[in-house]
Design a protein around this ligand. Structure first.
Ligand SMILES: Cc1cc2nc3c(=O)[nH]c(=O)nc-3n(C[C@H](O)[C@H](O)[C@H](O)COP(=O)(O)OP(=O)(O)OC[C@H]3O[C@@H](n4cnc5c(N)ncnc54)[C@H](O)[C@@H]3O)c2cc1C
Length: 271
């Protein structure tokens, strides 16, 4: 699509800085350059694409599809600066003549899984998926793996884990049921077809050196602020034996960076 895309709008002598070359920054750059602005994208990595390039497992989207989108944006005249320092000063950018600044830095901070016990074979989903994308061979996560969470990251982590040599069983452990899962239905169904085992209504509490992941059995109560029924702990527990745990319980934006940029941050870590 759109391979003949061109800038038809009147050229404006207005510079815009876009921070972050993920889907948000790239889309902003695309529409801004098409509207006639002079756009520079500042990206801390060595290439564009954000999560889609560095995190999303390559069986989800071919590299060629990402490259195609990016080549269209480059051809429109967007300037890219890669490997930039994360220490941005909005004032500096303003002094360099950037009138508008778009911040699209994604959500790169993983929410911490509260797990007691002495087993440290616990990986954070973004680190795990980045390593999976980079070099499948270096990951040693054992034979049995538990992924905690119910979103796309959890499902992608489970499907990736299943593709690693030596892995025999992968569980997705979720504190609600499949009806409340935020993951795309078709991705979830693919995971089941591939052999991932879904364990609903369980909340992991501890992980011991012997590989016992002790989970609290949950039930569903009244809806919470998300509109989904709230998971409520019961008196019962269930134990699952695994070699490693991948935590995929959510990510949020680095609010430190937003504060440095001069944005006021609310309690929920958002501006
Ligand atoms: C495993 C996984 C699976 C997903 N699956 C789906 C799916 O199936 N469908 C769907 O719609 N969405 C999915 N998503 C969500 C989707 O990937 C995100 O919504 C999307 O990537 C957000 O784009 P973004 O540009 O906001 O952030 P990102 O993709 O995170 O890009 C942010 C960019 O900003 C750069 N950056 C960060 N800080 C700085 C800084 N200080 N200075 C300069 N650059 C900086 C980063 O290096 C990165 O390139 C998935 C996400 C994950 C993690």
């Amino acid at each position: 699509y759109d391979t003949k895309s061109s800038v038809t709008a009147e050229q404006l002598d207005v510079k815009v800085a876009v921070i972050g070359a993920g889907p948000a920054g790239l889309s902003a750059a695309y529409f801004l350059v098409k509207a006639g602005f002079k756009v520079t994208v500042f990206e801390k990595q060595d290439s564009p694409g954000g999560v889609i390039t560095y995190v999303l497992p390559n069986f989800r989207i071919p590299a060629s599809a990402i490259e195609k989108d990016i080549s269209i944006i480059k051809a429109l005249g967007v300037d890219f600066k890669f490997g930039v320092s994360e220490e941005f000063s909005i004032n500096d950018l303003n002094n360099k003549g950037y009138k508008y600044i778009f911040i699209g830095i994604g959500a790169e901070v993983s929410r911490k899984l509260q797990l007691t016990g002495d087993n440290n074979n616990v990986y954070e989903t973004l680190d795990f998926l980045r390593s999976f994308n980079k070099d499948l061979g270096v990951l040693n996560i054992g034979r049995r793996v538990a992924v905690i969470g119910g979103g796309n990251t959890a499902v992608d982590s489970a499907r990736s884990a299943l593709r690693i040599d030596g892995v025999e069983k992968v569980f997705i452990i979720y504190r609600r049921t499949e009806d409340e899962m935020p993951a795309d239905k078709e991705e979830y169904e693919r995971a089941l077809e591939e052999g991932v085992i879904f364990k609903p209504l369980l909340l992991p509490e501890s992980f011991s050196k012997t590989g016992i992941l002790k989970c609290r059995k949950m039930t569903l109560g009244t809806p919470d602020s998300s509109g989904r029924r709230r998971p409520v702990p019961t008196e019962e527990t269930e134990e699952i034996t695994v070699d490693s745990v991948i935590s995929a319980i959510g990510e949020y934006t680095d609010s430190k960076f937003l504060s440095v940029c001069g944005l006021k941050i609310e309690k929920n870590n958002r501006p």
